[in-house]
Write a protein that binds this ligand. Structure first.
Ligand SMILES: [Zn+2]
Length: 573
């Protein structure tokens, strides 16, 4: 199997023709060679593995070729070309500044600058990772760069252009190498596979290319790795297994669950993925891009933006037809919220599950307000303000400050106004509990449709209404306490954040958002108001001085203390 482990080196391009994915750059460089307008110094910038050093070597060979082709390619047959191919040319000097960055290193390089070439016209000095040169080395080099002899060409390469001194930048012609596109990489890998007699599935190559993230060298070495694992037969499945890549099959399955409103199946699928050792954060970001891809696939004009093989693209297209744009927008928003809250969440699995529940509920028709209503019927019966404020559902998630999940049907053509529908819930007891505690919100909801209003308000207004709402929550002392100690911070015109100590407080706030947000929206006359709850250090850290405050602090961290205090009749002073 050793014979597979060669591609990365073997398929390094040796002429401009087989440089992968850098066409514009190659054209410019060739034109310079043909017209003889060479600069003294070039700077090749770009991510690793995109062909900077390869291009520098090809460039060195080409400008020294004794019988250049009309297209500006090296002949590969003259004395100079052969000496390059056999790595014995004296016209090329390479210095890796990452490991040789001292003044001595650069001095010994500069010494050779003054000797004219024996054959060919130019001596080419390639300095890789030039930003790594020490300041002293930089200065020593700068003098030579300012007044080089005519037979010298410097090619500096770097992955970090911003670290190169401006004095150097200003003396170089700068070329920015692009990441290599997936399509270009797949083409090239297919070519390598043909040459090596390895059978491949195109979908498998797409996964490899995606994993390589724009670097051809990485793509080739992953290719080698998979070829040797899979005995020269690269299938999609073998790549998925070997590279520990999350199969997009799972994303399609989750999408199915969402379309069917199958909460349990979605959670089981999540469990299956997690049990394979995949990281939850990757799952949610992957799901997010999956929704994006579906959105892109809804329109023929953007279909090209999706970088997968043609058979998979067809599948995306078909599934995309089943999802309304509204559904995908909301799904992306929910997934994105989960992504943002993920790092801070103490119970990451719960966060993932809640997000999936919300995603599945995007398609569940209204059931608890009118048990007999069909989805179509409830759609028609929707848009009065009273109905939606009075029976707003529980949306127990960090990811959904907007407590209004739409009640769209699973068909493609969900109407736009579905966003104004009363949200549905399958967690009946939660919403009943919410109904039971609802007093003011339901009774004060006016006929006026505040949801379409967007009156400006400031943080003081917000806090005033926040406190007012806290007065309405009846005997829920825990919520009252949480609201008293954690005031909302206005982040932009209508979006506010509340920073709390723990997940219990977080849940309490999120559960009550079902009542609270309509209250705030109505009282502040702004239907756009949204809340996000974050666990972390509160911004204005209150220090506990008195025993009362100390107890309050402990109580906030662990509400069980309150019970303890009551049961044992303890005092805090
Ligand atoms: Zn030649």
């Amino acid at each position: 199997m050793d014979n597979y482990i060669v591609s990365a080196r073997k398929y390094r391009p040796s002429t401009f023709r087989n440089v992968v994915g850098q066409k514009p750059f190659v054209v410019t460089l060739k034109n310079a060679i043909i017209t003889g307008k060479l600069a003294h110094a070039y700077l090749f910038c770009g991510p690793r593995g995109v062909g900077k050093t390869s291009c520098a070597r090809i460039f060195a060979k080409t400008i020294n070729c004794l019988s250049l082709t009309d297209e500006g390619d090296a002949c590969n047959a003259c004395e100079s070309c052969i000496s390059f191919s056999e790595h014995r040319s004296y016209n090329i000097h390479e210095l890796d500044a990452a490991s040789n960055n001292s003044v001595e290193d650069i001095r010994s390089l500069i010494e050779q600058v003054w000797m004219p070439p024996a054959i060919g016209k130019y001596k080419v000095f390639i300095i890789d990772e030039v930003h790594m040169l020490s300041p002293a080395a930089f200065n020593a080099f700068l003098k030579t760069l300012e007044e080089p002899p005519r037979h010298i060409v410097f090619i500096l390469a770097t992955t970090e252009k911003h670290k190169v001194l401006p004095t150097i930048l200003s003396r170089c012609q700068i070329y920015d190498f692009a990441r290599i596109s997936i399509a270009d990489m797949v083409d090239h890998l297919e070519y390598v596979a043909r040459q090596e007699g390895i059978s491949v599935e195109t979908e498998a190559l797409h996964v490899i290319a995606q994993k390589a993230d724009g670097g051809m060298r990485d793509a080739l070495s992953i290719f080698d790795q998979v070829a040797s694992f899979s005995n020269g037969n690269i299938t999609y499945q073998s790549v998925i297994n070997n590279l520990n890549v999350l199969d997009y099959e799972y994303y399609f399955r989750l999408t199915d669950c969402i379309l069917q409103g199958e909460v349990r199946q979605a959670i089981l699928t999540l469990n299956e993925i997690l049990s394979k050792g995949f990281d939850g954060h990757n799952i949610i970001t992957g799901l997010s891009s999956h929704f994006r891809d579906l959105l892109v696939c809804r329109d023929a004009s953007t279909l090209e933006l999706i970088e997968v093989g043609s058979s998979t693209r067809e599948r995306y297209k078909n599934v995309a037809q089943l999802c309304s744009e509204d559904l995908l927008f909301r799904a992306m928003e929910l997934a994105n919220n989960c992504d943002m809250n993920y790092r801070l969440s103490r119970n990451k699995r719960l966060l993932l599950e809640l997000t999936l529940i919300q995603l599945c509920r995007l398609t569940i028709p209204v059931e608890n307000t009118a048990p007999t209503a069909t989805p179509a019927k409830s759609k028609d019966a929707a848009p009065t303000a009273t109905e939606s404020t009075a029976t707003a559902p529980a949306t127990p998630s960090a990811a959904a400050p907007q407590a209004q999940a739409p009640a769209t049907s699973t068909t493609a053509a969900a109407p736009q106004r579905s966003s104004n529908l009363p949200p549905s819930t399958s967690i009946k007891n939660l919403s009943r509990a919410a109904e039971a505690t609802s007093s003011t919100t339901a009774s004060t909801s006016s006929e006026e449709d505040y949801r379409n209003l967007s009156s400006p308000f400031n943080e003081a207004d917000l806090i005033r209404e926040w406190d007012a709402y806290a007065q309405t929550v009846g005997d829920n002392d825990y919520l009252k306490g949480t609201m008293a100690n954690h005031k909302p911070v206005l982040m932009d015109d209508y979006f506010f954040e509340v920073c709390v100590y723990n997940t219990i407080q977080e849940e309490e706030l999120l559960n009550s958002s079902v009542k609270m947000l309509p209250f705030l929206r109505q009282h502040l006359k702004n239907g756009k108001i949204r809340m996000s709850v974050r666990i972390g250090e509160t911004t204005a850290k209150k220090r506990a001085y008195t025993p009362e405050e100390k107890f309050q602090h402990l109580y906030n961290v662990n509400p069980a203390l309150g019970k303890l205090k009551d049961e044992f009749n303890l005092k805090t002073d």
